[in-house]
Design a protein around this ligand. Structure first.
Ligand SMILES: Cc1cc2nc3c(=O)[nH]c(=O)nc-3n(C[C@H](O)[C@H](O)[C@H](O)COP(=O)(O)OP(=O)(O)OC[C@H]3O[C@@H](n4cnc5c(N)ncnc54)[C@H](O)[C@@H]3O)c2cc1C
Length: 387
């Protein structure tokens, strides 16, 4: 029997992980990506991973399974994606640092648990909130690209183009209409199954499929920067900050040194900014980037002087109940959704892809219970609200 052809819409980490695990189960995934692989949140995220920080809500088992799969992928993918275990600290920072101030050494002496490079002037209370046992990191863009590459090596493929509609016959999806990037030509791609992993663009689904009327995924715009650390002054210590700037505004930025001489910092969001047509239309705001550079300087004198390598913004895909949507499209055969992973999409991508591949290929997800993530819940809620 020919390998089932599964069209995966979206080349972010959720689409890439789904394609990877589908190809391992003998399917032929075709990933259709509108701009370029990892062009949005999956290429601009931090890549912080935690074993048990989602315990106590429905995402807990998904996160635990995924944390284990990340370690397995690091050992088996054959590509270095910057995976390593880390220590994690929470730190309060009261004011942006004044460059060149002389109190840094005193500050680091006061806080012996912090690494030497965390020597900002206004560092306040600090606590160790994660160890190498339960926290880790990975480079999200490298991992997304590596998963896609392995899926292609195993018989899958990648097409650059936007899915602009679907072919539906007799209650099942038979194909996706793809507008090629560049030529703009449209053609139908036949499919035995379709997975929608469109991140912050997933609300389009409600327009394509009556079965998903009411399905909504919003996008929250978040900024990030990458700084040069080619002297490798930092250590595997991730920082979660409670930060108050000179303007009095409170932020919760995150600072992640990466192997290979870079430091990633994110944390300035912009409320109520509509998701633009494509990821290529997302641009950072200069004031947000300046704020993140101020955060860097307040944490570390070294980071305050570091060269700015990347300034960027992207959209977190969020559902209104805070849980991802993973599973079958209600009322339609062979159509599946995987989106809404919010701030834990890098962590939860492997277990999402693994469970979806089981659902598609074996009829049931065995590795994780997906019931809490059923996309039908949005449709049920809308029907209940109308009744
Ligand atoms: C600043 C920031 C930091 C983060 N840090 C972390 C972290 O440390 N740890 C963690 O676990 N998570 C983190 N996240 C969350 C994580 O990045 C996201 O949850 C995850 O990347 C979402 O992946 P995705 O594949 O669903 O979406 P995306 O990465 O947005 O990918 C969706 C893709 O679908 C494509 N697409 C959309 N519509 C179509 C169409 N019609 N046809 C074809 N292609 C289409 C888009 O072009 C895009 O490439 C962070 C997010 C942000 C914003």
């Amino acid at each position: 029997m020919a390998a089932p052809q599964v069209v995966v819409v979206g080349g972010g980490i959720i689409g890439a992980a789904t394609a990877y695990y589908l190809s391992a189960k003998g399917a032929r995934p075709i990933v259709v990506e509108a701009v370029s692989p990892a062009c949005s949140a999956s290429g601009k995220a931090g890549g912080f991973l935690a074993l048990d920080w989602c315990d106590g809500n429905a995402v807990g088992p998904l996160a635990r399974r995924s944390f284990a799969l990340h370690a397995e992928l690091a050992a088996t993918l054959g590509t270095d994606c910057g995976y390593r275990r880390v220590r994690t600290h929470s730190i309060s920072v009261r004011q942006p640092a004044q460059r060149g101030a002389a109190t840094a050494a005193a500050a680091s002496k006061r806080l012996p648990a912090l690494p030497d490079w965390v020597d900002g002037d206004n560092i306040g209370q600090a606590a160790l909130i994660g160890t190498e046992e339960n926290t880790a990191q990975v480079h999200p863009e490298l991992l997304t690209r590596a998963l896609l590459q392995r899926a292609q090596d195993a018989g899958g493929s990648l097409q650059l183009g936007a899915v602009v509609g679907l072919a539906v016959e007799g209650g099942r999806v038979t194909g996706a209409r793809v507008r090629a990037r560049g030529s703009g030509q449209e053609r139908e791609l036949p499919a035995d199954a379709v997975v929608f992993a469109m991140g912050a663009w997933s609300s389009q689904l409600a327009q394509w499929l009556l079965q998903l009327a009411g399905f909504s995924v919003s996008g929250l715009k978040v900024h990030s920067i990458v700084l040069d650390d080619s002297q490798n002054r930092t250590t595997p210590d991730c920082l979660f900050l409670a930060y108050r700037g000179t303007d009095g505004k409170s932020l919760e930025p995150e600072v992640y040194p990466r192997p290979g001489g870079q430091v990633y910092i994110c944390g300035v969001s912009e409320e109520d900014v509509p998701v633009p047509a494509t990821a290529a239309d997302v641009h950072p705001r200069p004031d947000a980037i300046a704020t993140l550079q101020g955060v860097a300087a307040s944490v570390s004198q070294e980071l305050g002087r570091a060269e700015l390598l990347q300034q960027q913004a992207c959209y977190l895909p969020c559902t209104d109940d805070g849980l991802p949507a993973i599973g079958r499209v209600p009322g339609l055969e062979n159509a599946y959704v995987a989106t809404g992973h919010s701030c834990w999409g890098i962590l939860n991508a492997p277990a999402t892809g693994e469970a979806l591949s089981e659902l598609i290929m074996d009829g049931k997800a065995k590795s994780v219970d997906l019931r809490a993530f059923d996309p039908a819940r949005f449709v049920r809620r809308r029907a209940a609200a109308r009744a």
